[in-house]
Design a protein around this ligand. Structure first.
Ligand SMILES: Cc1cc2nc3c(=O)[nH]c(=O)nc-3n(C[C@H](O)[C@H](O)[C@H](O)COP(=O)(O)OP(=O)(O)OC[C@H]3O[C@@H](n4cnc5c(N)ncnc54)[C@H](O)[C@@H]3O)c2cc1C
Length: 390
């Protein structure tokens, strides 16, 4: 039995912070828990869609990690991870070599770089990227007219490596904002994606609902067309058609974290770390990978979500506790897995739930209130001012 084991959590996002908190709750005083991340705050991506229309600031969306570390009793180290060596159980950062007994990798993913990507803006990276969209959007609002194109694509090497949801939200938020300012008829909004059925994870009913929403809000869709490149003028498709846009917001397909190539970890073709239902990395019993950086076999509807990253984090924490207590790690995230998210439309929202048995997507102003309430709850819960509800 290892006395006072060293547990390293890599990445201070939704998965990593939940792992550090849950590990602290389970093993406080019995283990050293260090969270290493390059940002000193957790960025609340699900609410970052509101940055684009000026309804949030970067501060609103940032949860500083040092106070969380103090409240929950883990150590926070602001360092850049550069290499993981799982056979010798150490990690190299920009500061030093750090050894571990248990490792939780929660470094998130990266994005593919299609031709001309520099001509697009994204909500899926840093807070500054969200600010860039906001600035350009407000310039267009000031000018009083324009064309805005929003889209996403996937990764042909991994059907789960796609993030379309936020692009729906950003598009509908632009639409609502422009309507509220009485400018909508002077703007063209276009939604584009190579996927022939964008939003298929919502189920057949949800798909029809999205199509109806686009129609009702007069948002032109260009779906099922492969993108050749992005240019300063807009988007060029393989079939020769083009979109001329003043602002192109785009989320490319996802891929694994590039630094994981500097590791001896097993990786899928798309660069993700393959894990079993216990969140343990294939063939490595003291090494866990959770959230966007991981890959597991599962139902076709599964999606890379903050909600799942947190579920995997709690599974990893429970299994590490079991290992520390010399028990078999048998907690699994599989049974509790489902899609749960609220797709904001700017003035109402769609509440999306999906599991093996059902797919529902009711819509209404109440769902928007649920998302706003979740944002508050999320911060309060992490600050230990409110118990966990889900
Ligand atoms: C715009 C947007 C909206 C979304 N909306 C929803 C939603 O409504 N509901 C939902 O459930 N999910 C949503 N998601 C998905 C959700 O945010 C992700 O699935 C979740 O953040 C994944 O958590 P993670 O911990 O795996 O990765 P991340 O949250 O990306 O965290 C990774 C962390 O690792 C750190 N890091 C990266 N590289 C290094 C390094 N080399 N060294 C040290 N630290 C490093 C990063 O700074 C970051 O803090 C949304 C995502 C986006 C982008």
């Amino acid at each position: 039995m290892i006395t006072h084991p060293k547990i390293l959590v890599l990445g201070g996002g939704m998965g990593g912070v939940e792992a550090a908190i849950n590990l602290s709750q389970r093993l406080k005083g019995k283990a050293q828990i260090d969270l290493i991340s390059n940002r000193e705050f957790l960025y609340i991506y699900p609410a970052s869609i509101w940055l684009t229309v000026g309804h949030r600031t970067v501060e609103d969306l940032s949860l500083p990690i040092p106070p969380l570390a103090e409240i929950h009793g883990f150590n926070f180290l602001q360092e850049e991870v550069q290499e993981v060596n799982s056979s010798q159980q150490y990690v190299i950062t920009n500061r030093q070599k750090r050894e571990y007994d248990y490792l939780v990798i929660a470094l998130g993913g990266s994005k593919l770089k299609p031709k001309g990507i520099e001509h697009t803006r994204t909500v899926c990276r840093s807070p500054q990227d969200g600010i860039d969209i906001q600035e350009k959007f407000f310039q267009l609002v000031e000018r009083g007219h324009g064309t805005i194109a929003c889209g996403f694509s996937g990764n042909p090497k991994d059907s789960t490596a796609v993030r379309g949801g936020p692009m729906f939200e950003v598009t509908f938020n632009f639409d609502t904002y422009l309507r509220q300012k009485g400018l909508r008829d002077r703007f063209e909004l276009i939604f584009f994606t190579p996927s022939p059925k964008p939003g298929k994870r919502l189920g057949e009913k949800g798909l029809a609902q999205i199509a109806k929403l686009f129609e009702k809000r007069n948002i032109r869709t260009m779906t099922g067309r492969k993108i050749t490149e992005f240019t300063a003028e807009g988007v060029v498709f393989e079939d020769g058609t083009e979109i001329q846009s003043d602002l192109t917001v785009f989320t490319p397909g996802m891929a694994g974290h590039p630094l994981l190539k500097n590791s001896d970890l097993p990786l899928t073709e798309a660069g993700f770390v393959p894990v079993s239902d216990t969140a343990q990395v294939k063939d490595l019993e003291n090494c866990y990978a959770i959230g966007d950086c991981s890959f597991f076999e599962g139902p076709a509807w599964r999606a890379r979500q903050g909600h799942l990253a947190e579920l995997m984090a709690r599974t990893a924490a429970e299994n590490i506790e079991r290992q520390v207590n010399e028990q078999f790690p048998r907690a699994s995230f599989r049974e509790d897995m489902h899609i749960l998210c609220v797709m904001d439309l700017g003035d109402e929202a769609v509440f999306v739930y999906r599991d093996d048995e059902k797919a529902i997507a009711p819509q209404g102003a109440w769902a928007r209130w649920a998302k706003l309430a979740w944002e508050r709850y999320y911060k309060l819960n992490k600050e230990k001012k409110m118990p966990r509800l889900m």
